[in-house]
Design a protein around this ligand. Structure first.
Ligand SMILES: Cc1cc2nc3c(=O)[nH]c(=O)nc-3n(C[C@H](O)[C@H](O)[C@H](O)COP(=O)(O)OP(=O)(O)OC[C@H]3O[C@@H](n4cnc5c(N)ncnc54)[C@H](O)[C@@H]3O)c2cc1C
Length: 388
């Protein structure tokens, strides 16, 4: 067996959606790229949803399940949404020129990665896509409990082929949760009870209980489930621009939308920009490449948009729970371009602010008062982050 060379232009650590996207695009830009992770060829297990407009950087052969319609807060949305076919994505990434290597990093630096086996990988730039950092204490978390059904078994609760981004249980008192429902590859459907953001996350047994009650009310037999999905992740990581000389990317960099918990689509959209900037700068040396990468991951605009999004998250957490569904009713009633700017405008603080101001301006008086009390009132005065 031939041993893989231990030198490359770029080493990417981590084989999640961010790591693979970055490595694929570095290789597409002609950079000799190693991706190292414990099991780099393994298909991801979570159900990953993204806006269809974010999917074009996927490699050829990476398939999506595209719902026939998308609904949220009782409305039919005019936006494309998709679920990644993880098996197809794994096969598509395996066919790229990225040199995938099995290994666990024990030390990650600016130009070298040490593996647990004692092997040392040397390169000119390290991208750290090792996923979430552990932080002590109670975190703001998204939690969800999902069950996977054959499409027909889920039909009493969910129209086959469609996606429901958010269906609130408005009769319920206490912490608000919603149904997230999407078609999966192989004629299956995921039905998931979701707590969007809470400190700490709503416990999974409570979400399971709520989902089971929802299924039983609709006439879906939980006994028909094919499997379960358990979701728990932190949504309050700050931007991280550099760690030990390496440039973090994906959730490792804090690249998660604080108000939705989404990161996959934005990692995909950022990867081509990151890779092109690195390829252009690398002939000038490691420092130039690191700076170019860092600027693509956290541009000044992206940091400002992130602060505004985090403000949106804080507002949500402070709203009286019964008003949370009303908040989303107001959000999804906005014109599509405003929704898009908030949901997808990673480098667009102006658009993010305009969307937030529009929700505030269009909210019914009771909700607007609550939003002002929760801290969003100042958004009407065009905060510093939104100024050019
Ligand atoms: C169940 C679930 C569902 C989610 N659904 C969505 C969704 O629908 N849409 C969305 O946008 N986001 C979703 N998220 C949130 C977030 O986008 C995901 O957590 C996503 O996986 C983050 O991608 P990433 O590549 O940044 O990190 P990760 O996917 O966490 O990947 C980290 C990688 O680093 C590797 N690694 C870790 N330590 C080392 C080491 N020492 N050496 C080498 N490799 C290492 C890991 O093995 C892994 O391959 C979901 C999260 C969960 C948990």
């Amino acid at each position: 067996m031939t041993r893989m060379r231990d030198e490359a232009d770029v080493v990417v650590v981590g084989s999640g959606p961010a790591g693979w996207a970055a490595a694929d695009h570095c290789a597409r830009n002609g950079l000799d790229t190693i991706l190292v992770a414990p099991d780099p060829a393994r298909a991801w297990t979570p159900t990953y949803g993204l806006w269809t407009a974010q999917a074009s950087p996927l490699p050829p052969g990476a398939a999506l399940v595209e719902p026939t319609a998308l609904r949220a807060s009782g409305r039919l949305l005019d936006r494309g949404y998709a679920v990644l076919d993880n098996a197809a994505a794994a096969a598509a990434y395996a066919a790229t020129p990225v040199r995938a290597m099995a290994g666990r990093a024990v030390a990650v630096g600016g130009t070298a990665v040490a593996l647990r086996t004692g092997r040392l990988l040397r390169c000119r730039l390290v991208l750290d896509a090792r996923g979430p950092l552990r932080h002590p204490g109670d975190r703001i978390e998204q939690t969800a409990y999902g069950m996977v059904f054959p499409q027909e078994a889920a039909a009493p609760l969910h129209r086959p082929g469609e996606a429901v981004f958010m269906r609130w249980d408005r009769r319920r008192s206490g912490w608000p949760t919603f149904l997230y429902a999407v078609p999966l590859p192989g004629g299956r459907t995921l039905l998931e009870e979701t707590s969007l953001a809470r400190r700490p996350g709503l416990p999974l047994p409570e979400l399971k209980r709520r989902l089971t009650a929802r299924l039983e009310t609709a006439g879906v037999d939980p006994g028909d489930r094919l499997g379960a999905e358990l979701v728990r992740f932190a949504m309050d990581a700050p931007p991280v621009e550099e760690r030990d000389g390496a440039v973090p990317f994906g959730v490792a960099a804090g690249m998660m939308h604080p108000a939705t918990g989404y990161s996959v689509g934005e990692a995909l959209e950022t990867a081509p920009l990151l890779a092109a900037a690195v390829a252009e700068a690398l002939p000038r040396g490691t420092r130039a490449a690191r700076e170019a990468a860092r600027t693509q991951v956290w541009s000044a605009e992206a940091r400002r948009a992130h602060r505004l999004r985090a403000w949106g998250q804080r507002t949500l957490l402070r709203l009286p729970p019964p008003l949370v569904p009303e908040f989303f009713d107001a959000f999804f009633a906005l014109p599509e371009h405003r929704q898009d700017a908030f949901l997808r405008g990673r480098g667009d603080p102006q658009g993010t602010w305009k969307a937030m101001a529009a929700v505030f301006g269009s909210a019914p008086p009771r909700l607007r008062r609550a939003m002002a009390a929760a801290g969003l009132g100042a958004v009407a005065a065009r905060p510093r982050e939104a100024r050019t």
